[in-house]
Design a protein around this ligand. Structure first.
Ligand code: CTP
Length: 414
């Protein structure tokens, strides 16, 4: 049966991309019916949308003909998924507060069909506390939210807030349409999607990013971890319905909507935050924890003395967070470590599995530009064997890994 999307286009400059989104969705065999807000009509015309969707385009709540023939409630209920793209800060605010003052927002309030919002806005509007608060609320209400891209914006600024590429949105729509839907879409709880998700009711604990180990007040030991893979896993776990605690080292990444984030600097702080977050059903340790720290971080800035002697810097080992969890009385049911390798990947990963008491090691080949890049090639090493995945975007690695975690958790006794 053809799957149907109700596409609500709100008024931002990114609205022009909705035409390409319609094309991408239709290419995937998905039927699209479009609704425009009044301000969206300043950016795209009902005519061009009508041609691409091969359907009537809706924009007026008081279009009596449509009200009589279809009605605003049916309009959204006939769809398998409601997609708001682009979702401006304004429409997100209305959605979060249940305001229904035009056709688009009335549909959103009246629907019990799953909703995907794809925000696009100026970087400052995105980071504004009010927007972030609205996103948290929407997430708690069960709305799926796609993280905007970052880059140059139409307004001349730079940062997060760009509408993701139509192809990426179409892929997300396809993924959501493939999720199990509630049996009776008309007679259920308002938090329709959350109950059905594979990790609903589970707590997933994730570490991400590097740690910074102080040498003196101005210097520290660090590494090149960007935190992207761990953050992507946290976002994927939320999408799968989990409660997620993300213990993050110093990185400049926005918190994925719905994630409980704890920021730390050092390995010892990371260990304390991880222990504090227990119990967890699964822990996925993605952080590149510094193996050593300065034995005595100096209170004053260290001075060179011109003697040409080695620096007065003694290093001692940091606690191993993964290994600590491996033997912890509250050990998570599933314990997953990451291992950065440049050679003999599987062999090293197997040794780590045993040494750290983990269930799986996700071995990533860092011989390319994985650190900081957007793609990753991983092998999942378990007692049962090795699962090698092709190179794919970190977001896709995250989704696949979370799928595997959900499968493992549901097929294990608690
Ligand atoms: N890890 C940790 N605490 C540490 C060091 C590592 O929790 N102090 C975790 C990492 O988060 C990761 C795994 O252990 O899940 C990586 O182990 P590690 O022994 O550091 O492996 P590599 O980084 O691959 O380094 P090496 O091969 O040098 O051992």
């Amino acid at each position: 049966m053809t799957q149907r999307v109700l596409l609500i286009i709100s008024g931002g400059i990114a609205a022009y991309k909705s035409l390409e989104l319609v094309r991408q969705l239709r290419k995937r065999g998905i039927a699209v019916r479009a609704v425009l807000t009044q301000s969206a009509k300043q950016f795209v015309t009902p005519l061009s949308l009508g041609v691409l969707t091969e359907d009537h385009v809706y924009d007026d709540l008081f279009d009596l003909k449509a009200e009589r023939e279809i009605g605003h409630i049916q309009l959204s209920r006939q769809a398998d998924l409601v997609v708001v793209a682009p979702a401006t800060a304004n429409i997100l605010a209305k959605m979060a507060n249940g305001i229904a003052d035009d056709l688009a927002t009335t549909l959103l309030l009246a629907t019990d069909t799953p909703v995907l919002a794809v925000p696009a806005m100026n970087v400052r509007m995105w980071h504004h506390k009010a927007t972030q608060r609205n996103l948290e609320r929407l997430h708690a209400d069960g709305v799926h939210i796609m993280e905007p891209d970052s880059g140059a914006m139409a307004c001349g600024e730079f940062g997060r807030g760009r509408l993701p590429e139509p192809e990426a949105i179409a892929a997300e729509v396809q993924r959501l349409l493939a999720l199990p839907q509630r049996a009776d879409p008309l007679a259920g709880q308002p938090d329709f999607a959350r109950d059905d998700l594979p990790l609903t009711g589970r707590h997933i604990l994730i570490t991400a990013g590097p740690t910074h180990e102080p040498i003196d007040p101005v210097r520290y030991i660090a590494n090149r971890s960007s935190g992207k893979q761990g953050f992507a896993i946290a976002a994927a776990a939320v999408r799968a319905g989990a409660r997620v605690t993300l213990v993050a080292g110093p990185v400049h990444l926005p918190t994925p909507p719905g994630v409980d984030r704890v920021d730390v600097e050092t390995a010892r702080e990371m260990l304390a935050a991880v222990a504090e977050a227990l119990p967890a059903d699964a822990a996925i340790m993605v952080a590149a924890v510094a193996d050593w720290r300065a034995a005595d971080a100096a209170e004053q800035k260290l001075k060179k003395d011109g003697s040409g002697q080695p620096a007065p810097l003694a290093l001692i080992e940091n606690p191993d967070i993964l290994a600590t969890l491996g033997r912890h009385p509250q050990r998570p049911t599933l314990l997953v470590g990451f291992a950065a390798e440049t050679q003999n990947i599987a062999e090293h990963a197997r040794a780590k599995l045993a040494k750290k008491g983990a269930d799986w090691i996700v071995a990533n080949d860092v011989s390319g530009d994985v650190m900081g890049g957007d793609a990753n090639a991983v092998q999942i090493v378990t007692a049962a064997g090795i699962d090698s995945w092709p190179v794919m975007p970190k977001a896709q690695v995250a989704d696949k890994l979370i799928e595997k975690v959900a499968h493992a958790l549901t097929s294990r006794p608690d």
